[in-house]
Design a protein around this ligand. Sequence first.
Ligand SMILES: [Zn+2]
Length: 576
Amino acid sequence: MSASVDEAIRKAAVLNAVRHNGKADAGAVLGNLLGENPSLKPKARELMPTIQRTVNQVNATTLTQLNQEASEKWPADLTREKPEEARKLPPLPNAANYQTIVTRVAPNPDFVLHLGNARAAILSHDYARMYKGKFIVRFEDTDPRLKKAQLQYYDFIREDLKWLGCEWDAEYIQSDRLPIYYEIAETLLRMNAAYICECKPEQWKALVTAKKACPDRELGVSTQIQRWQKMLNGGYNEGEAVYRVKTELSHPNPAVRDWPGFRIVDVNKNPHPRVGSRFRVWPLYNMASGIDDHELGITHVLRGKEHLTNMARQLFLYRHLGWKYPDAVHFGRLKVEGMNLSKSRMMKALEAGEYTGIDDPRLGTLAALRRRGYSPQAIRQLMWEVGPKPVDVTISWDNINAINRKLIDPTSHRYYFVPDPITADISGVETNMEVHPALHPQYPEMGTRTLTLRAQNGATKLLLSGSDRTTLATGATVRLMGLFNIQTLGFRDGELSAKRLDESGEGENVPILQWVPAGDSVPVRVVLPDASDVKGFAEVGLGKEAVGSVLQFVRFGFCRIDEVDSAKVTLYFAHN
Ligand SMILES: [Zn+2]
């Protein structure tokens, strides 16, 4: 068989597996292969053994590795496959009015993405794919003072998006685009649609509350342009002048009335992480975001309903400039039970040293979920379920974990782990024994592990889980998983004595405990969701798993290997 046919089979198998929770199907692989390579049709029969062999190999590989292989070798095919799944989403409003649907996600790089903003990212991306449109990432980093961007977060966010499978077609950074905003600012001033306000904040507040114009509002265009130049040239200090967009002073929401478009930032005190102190006049959120949605041809904006007031503000800008506002979909709040997803709260706590980092297991950041072994596909499915509904939604961890379990279970190798171990001395074992439990009980093709019991003076030493201590009371009969039954004889100096029971089979109504050989084992530390940890031992086979693998510790739960060093394997707990 030629190398190119082998490669085509590999591609069809990996892509099929990636789309089906890590399990490729030989028949489907053949179909896809022939679909892409019709010239192979006469050879279908003789290709089958190679396809079957490749499917077996692929199905024995973890989903993480398959996703990695697919995104490295066939990234275009990977994203092309997504629209099919995204068809579960309701249609976008007025989609037929546009030749190309363009969506965007617009994170402020002052923090990483979390479960809350994953929704806008996934929905925006998946809608763009569903309509074969364009998905844009726009970093909104124009507040060097209060919501100051930090360099590392641009890359962290890119990593988060890639992990979510939200590959973008174009990227923009607002701090590169100040000249564009300045140009439009001047246009608006010349149109008498904006003005430079020198009012003190309390003076402004009194006027706007009373629906009254400030004296600056009606000054002539030439004065406005002079003041704008003065802003740009450093003639004002921070806080001495604000650029305002004219609205209706009678607007029912005072926050909409003549909203601020630009302000001066003392960039010597607060330099921007990317452009330093090059600019001192910075657009506020609605100015930069509003201009960019138009300039970048965004057709649909998907975001939380907390942006409704922003839309009301931006509509005035669009009306002044004769632009058409994108179709906007505002969804309700997404709450996760028992978790605070407020970015400012997380940032504050992180700065105060309450967390070990952005991927601390207690956080709802994507980095934390990734570290714990959640599948990005689980986050995607969750967001499809929630969709762009305008009502508030509260999801529970049980809900998230149930989705994730379905995705990771078929590819997670099984291992025994004994937390807080008890040594058991078991008599009645005359010779060394090997047992070979399956790496996955439902998928024997994944292979087996090997556990070796060493016999010495008619006995062997095993480690059992400390949490089974009460089950191991004197006289109890328990089954050691995949091994034999034992009867406990009591604890002496903390060590359990037990004897092997002969002729004891499976299926008896006795507790079944996991175990590891006392000598042949790997020290393990598992970091739990509350950041505490459990220490114990796992079987030696664990040492063959790569960092990043997600596996299941039997009777314990799903964990992801985080770090391997000479002393121990550290894992993060996902859920049981
Ligand atoms: Zn004023």
